[in-house]
Design a protein around this ligand. Structure first.
Ligand code: PLP
Length: 416
């Protein structure tokens, strides 16, 4: 029986309060009561400057301000304007030009791309595979369309990519399902900050290829690159793309690219899903089914955001300006990560393997209690199962340096 008065649960477990929002609210209340200098709010998943203000790329704002009324007011084609589709492929792939067929469909952020992938490449009731550390909306999205998440163990005992667990889980799921959607979030994974190395990618590819040797199985690799432009060197972190360019037809690659972080357009809800396949018909089918899903959910996406990206890519000088501005903030973020990692090492605080990105995760028992203990000192983090997620994107380098010994003390106090 449904616990709701009017609504149907439809097998979903719906929390009454958004956890991150709740903790963020507590941090804001404390800052108001005791002063902002008494609070470290490391809960927010947006890039903030050292004064706590949202980083907004001024070069992007300039483009936005120069849009025409039609760019704001008119509907966009369901799958996106042709100029946007061409621009977003360049934004995602950088200088790499795939030989695969690459169709793209506009989505409201990376979230829409993930949703459409699960909807179109798995069946109702299927399990979708991702790592044990994962961005919780993956589960929300899966549940909302009557799928669920299965996980493999991301790291082995030595803190390396756990290819054995990845392989085992794929075999297990494919023994009971005809197909499998695999969600990989890299580089600068949320919540750990880990980026798959080229060696990890080679292992992933070899496992996926051997699973697809059985031609009756269909495998979709969704590469969620939400943090691609904040992982460090932009070209270096796109080096894995060519490795995905030579799959058999029953392995479909879908890249979920988001303008939220890369172009600081979080609220404008723009991004795309881009497929890579050796089969032209599979690419055309991708466009048809994904556009149908768009029509059946949000219809078309934000035209002003599409026009902004298209205008940036139509003008080399503008593109260089945006890239340069973003690189400055990317360096700021990378420096914060290094400061946190160095201080953690000195304080003897263990972190989950981290390379770069918006978050660092500290593994610990009783994460909820440790989180509450830290809140007493004005430090707000997000307990994520077996650890605490610390948003280094939202705190200064100085705070990144100061936090690790305090976290270590709180863990020792709670866990003895
Ligand atoms: N994937 C991950 C891992 C994320 O953390 C986010 C945003 O926080 C997204 C995808 C997509 O965000 P958006 O829908 O704003 O593009």
């Amino acid at each position: 029986m449904s616990a709701y008065k009017m609504a149907e649960a439809n097998n979903r477990v719906i929390p009454t309060e958004d956890k991150i929002f709740g903790i963020n609210q507590k941090a804001k209340e404390m800052a108001k009561r005791d002063g902002a200098d008494k609070v470290v709010n490391a809960t927010i998943g947006s890039l903030l400057d050292d004064n706590g203000n949202l980083v907004i790329l001024s070069s992007v704002v300039e483009v936005l301000k120069n849009l025409t009324p039609v760019d704001y007011a008119d509907y966009a084609p369901i799958a996106g304007t042709p100029e946007f589709i061409s621009a977003i492929k360049k934004a995602a792939f950088g200088s790499f030009i795939p030989k695969s067929y690459t169709e793209a469909v506009a989505t409201p952020g990376g979230t829409g791309a993930i949703r459409n992938t699960i909807q179109n490449y798995s069946k109702r009731g299927d399990r979708v595979l991702t790592s044990d550390w994962y961005w919780s909306p993956y589960s929300t999205i899966a549940q909302d369309i009557e799928r669920s998440i299965a996980t493999y163990t991301l790291f082995d005992e030595e803190g390396k990519f756990n290819v054995a667990s990845f392989e085992e889980k794929i075999k297990e799921l494919l023994s009971v399902q005809d197909g499998l959607v695999i969600l990989l979030n890299t580089p600068a994974h949320n919540p750990t900050g880990y980026s798959f190395t080229i060696e990890d990618w080679n292992s992933i590819i070899s496992v996926v290829r051997s699973a697809a040797a059985d031609q009756s199985k269909k495998i979709t690799l969704l590469v969620d690159v939400a943090y691609l432009d904040y992982a460090g060197d932009e070209e270096e972190h796109r080096r894995f793309f060519p490795l995905l360019d030579d799959f058999p037809p029953n392995i479909l690659v879908i890249v979920a690219y988001s303008l939220s972080k890369s172009y600081t357009m979080y609220g404008m809800r723009s991004g795309a899903m881009i497929c890579m396949t050796p089969d032209k018909e599979i690419a055309e089918e991708f466009k048809t089914v994904c556009a149908f899903s768009c029509r059946g959910t949000w219809s078309n996406c934000n035209r002003a955001a599409m026009a902004t990206l298209a205008n940036i890519y139509a003008n080399e000088a503008l593109l260089a300006k945006v890239t340069q501005e973003r690189q400055g903030y990317c360096r700021m973020l990378v420096d914060r990560g290094h400061a946190f990692a160095k201080s953690a090492k000195e304080a003897g605080l263990k972190t989950v393997p981290f390379e770069a990105g918006f978050f660092v995760t500290v593994p610990c028992d009783n994460a909820e209690e440790v989180g509450l203990e830290l809140q007493k000192e004005g430090i707000f983090t997000v307990p994520v199962g077996r650890g605490l997620r610390v948003s280094i994107a939202s705190i200064s380098e100085e705070k990144c340096r100061k936090l690790p010994p305090v976290i270590k003390r709180a863990i020792d106090k709670v866990n003895g």
